[in-house]
Every structure is written in structure tokens, then in C-alpha cells.
Design a protein around this ligand. Structure first.
Ligand SMILES: C[S@@+](CC[C@H](N)C(=O)[O-])C[C@H]1O[C@@H](n2cnc3c(N)ncnc32)[C@H](O)[C@@H]1O
Length: 353
């Protein structure tokens, strides 16, 4: 079964928050209680994004000797599963963080959370890439109850552009998803962008499914990471354009210093606005919601579908309540909660708007 979308409105959102925090309480023994910084001491961190390991079913192996037929069947099944496992994409990404800036009171005008990687981002990527329930994000499904545009481009029929808000210094999401989309725009406050560009450059070798180019990184011509196979019937791999642009929610005006954003819909028919762990401070909720409202209005067009996917690390219940109340009541946004058993057991909630 794929994840379900529960519509949130004035009548049910408090019940939703209450039950989500009850669930959190129930899982308290298995969930980390920290703030959510991936590592708050290491300047260099290595993140592996890999398919989860399925341990062999020991009980069924014991039974094998008794029944040759079922032995063969099970072996065939496990070999197939092994092959699928090997064929799945995997990434090894090295990220330079700035712990001194994180702890500084003057860096980036004292807005320093972006100098490190936060745990919701790798968690979301692992779910998106490998979980069977996340399939509608990876490909068109026939499930009538859940019609969303896939986040992965489907050649010419679904050209996808991603705008990431509050990317931070880590290029994790940009590098992984650049393998699957046509355009990727990372945005954050000015002080964060140099280190973010550095982390994109250092991990470009992880973009293997596409050629890439980037004006902001000084790569005007498209580049391929791996040799194109001589036997490849279609040797022209698709191209992803990756750009980095300043976008501060508190001052954001479309068209003003947002060259790449403003032109996104010319090349895409699906735009995903992604934001991971950006709801943590009550003063930023209004400016953030205003930003996504402006982006939705700007891109809304008969030919372009715009979706916002927001991942929240569940810390203060008050902040989550303020965010959802404001999104639904003040901004009249069509907020849905992504109801899924794996997400439910985590410390994160995903909302699709
Ligand atoms: C908790 S961090 C999450 C970073 C990243 N998404 C991750 O998961 O590692 C919050 C991000 O929001 C950004 N941010 C905070 N205030 C902002 C604003 N006014 N405009 C744009 N970005 C902002 C920070 O710079 C930071 O990158």
C-alpha cells in the first residue's frame, strides 16, 4: 500500500497533532531524543544513502531441507531480491560542515542552523528512494486514490524542476535528486551559499544518471561523471541543471535577484518545492508560508503542476500547531498529511501542499 494523503482543516488539525505526538510518546524508547543535528562535532561527515538490508529469513532456511521444491522457489526468490538490492541506486556523500559558524553569534546575521546537516534530510531520502510506499513519488501509479505528479522526471512526459528552500550547506538532497530531475535550484540565505556550492562541487561524481551543468558553479557545458557505455543504444544521457540562488523568506520578491527561479516553468511541467526541517522558529513561520504562497501563485499555470513537500522534525508541539494553523487558516493552503507507517514511527512528519 502506498502512503495516504489526509486533508487537514480547521476541524481536524488539532486532533491530528495530538495523535501524532501520542505516537511519538509511544515510540520514545526507540527514537533519538537529540535536536536532530547529524553530527555537531565533526567538520567532515560521510553519508551513505543505501537500500536497507533484508536479513535472510532463518526460519524458512531451516525448513528448506524438508521440501526441495519450496527450497528452490525460496532460493530463486532470494536471489531475485538480492539482484534487486544490488541494482538499487546508492550514494556516498562527503559533507563539510562549519561547527564554528554554527556556534557563532555573528555568522550569517546569527542565523546559523544552516551550517550543519540535519537528520530529517537523509531520513527522507532513504524513504523516498527505497520504500515501496513512496512509489508514487518515483513513478506514475495507477492508484486512483492518490494522484500526485512523480518527483522523478519521466523523460519528455514529466519534466521536473525542484526548488529547495533552506537547503543549508549540505548538498545531499541536490546531489541525489539531480540524478532524477531536469532542474534543481538550491536556495538559502547568503552566508550559507559558498559552503553549499563547495559541497555540491565535491560530490558531483555522485551524479551518474545524468549529465550536469551549472552557471552558478561555472560549468556552462554539460559534463558526464562516468564514461558513456559504447553499447548504450541512446548514448545521450539527459541533462540536469543545478543552480544555487539566494532566497531569504523575510525579503523574498519573485523576479528580484531570482533569475533561475523565475525561469523554471519554461522547461518544466512539474515543480516541487522541497523544504526539510525549516519549521523550528515561530518568527519564521509567517515569512516561510508567504514565500511558498508567492511561489505557488507565480508558477500556477494550466501547464505546470506545483507541489510543496515540507518535512518537519517534531520538537515543540506549539511550533507545529502554529505552523499548521497558520497554513490552513491564515494562508488557506490545501495542506495534506502524508500518512504512512514508516513515517509514523519516526520523529518526522511530511506535509504535502
Ligand atoms: C534546521 S536548518 C535545515 C537545513 C537543511 N534543510 C537540512 O535538513 O540539513 C534550517 C535552514 O533554514 C534556513 N533559513 C533560516 N531562516 C531562513 C530565511 N529567513 N530564509 C531562508 N532560509 C532560512 C537556514 O539557513 C537553514 O539552512
Amino acid at each position: 500500500m502506498v502512503f495516504q494523503l489526509d486533508v487537514l482543516d480547521d476541524d481536524n488539525l488539532h486532533e491530528h497533532i495530538f495523535s501524532r505526538y501520542v505516537e511519538l510518546e509511544r515510540n520514545t524508547d526507540t527514537l533519538k531524543q537529540d535536536l536532530g543535528i547529524q553530527s555537531r562535532t565533526d567538520t567532515t561527515i560521510e553519508i551513505d544513502i543505501e537500500p536497507p538490508i533484508h536479513l535472510p529469513d532463518i526460519a524458512s532456511l531451516v525448513l528448506l531441507d524438508k521440501d526441495k521444491k519450496s527450497e528452490n522457489k525460496k532460493l530463486r526468490k532470494s536471489k531475485k531480491r538480492d539482484k534487486n538490492h544490488k541494482d538499487q541506486e546508492r550514494y556516498n556523500i562527503i559533507i563539510e560542515q562549519s561547527i564554528s559558524d554554527l556556534n557563532s553569534t555573528i555568522s550569517n546575521n546569527n542565523s546559523t542552523t544552516g551550517y550543519v546537516l540535519w537528520s530529517s534530510t537523509p531520513f527522507f531520502l532513504r524513504w523516498l528512494l527505497y520504500d515501496k510506499n513512496a512509489l508514487p513519488f518515483r513513478q506514475q501509479t495507477t492508484d486512483d486514490s492518490l494522484i500526485i505528479p512523480p518527483m522523478y522526471s519521466q523523460h519528455t512526459t514529466n519534466r521536473v524542476g525542484i526548488i529547495e528552500l533552506g537547503t543549508g550547506i549540505s548538498s545531499l538532497m541536490a546531489i541525489v535528486l539531480s540524478n532524477h530531475v531536469d532542474q534543481y535550484i538550491c536556495t538559502d540565505q547568503k552566508g550559507i551559499l559558498n559552503k553549499l556550492k563547495y559541497n555540491i562541487r565535491e560530490n558531483l561524481n555522485q551524479i551518474t544518471k545524468r549529465m550536469y551543468k551549472s552557471e552558478t558553479l561555472g560549468m556552462i557545458k554539460s559534463v558526464a561523471t562516468t564514461e558513456i557505455d559504447e553499447e548504450d543504444i541512446n548514448p545521450r544521457r539527459p541533462i540536469v541543471t543545478i543552480e544555487v540562488e539566494e532566497l531569504d523568506w523575510e525579503t523574498f520578491k519573485i523576479g528580484q535577484n531570482t533569475k533561475y527561479l523565475a525561469n523554471l516553468q519554461e522547461n518544466c511541467n512539474t515543480i516541487y518545492i522541497l523544504a526539510m526541517d525549516v519549521i523550528y522558529n515561530e518568527y519564521l513561520i509567517g515569512p516561510f508560508l508567504e514565500t511558498i504562497t508567492k511561489l505557488r501563485e507565480y508558477f500556477s499555470d494550466d501547464d505546470v503542476e506545483v507541489k510543496c513537500l515540507i518535512g518537519i522534525h517534531l520538537r515543540s508541539q506549539d511550533i507545529v500547531t502554529q505552523f499548521l494553523e497558520s497554513a490552513v487558516t491564515d494562508f488557506h493552503l490545501p495542506v495534506t498529511y502524508m500518512n504512512d507507517p514508516i513515517l509514523e514511527q519516526s520523529r518526522y512528519s511530511l506535509y504535502l501542499i
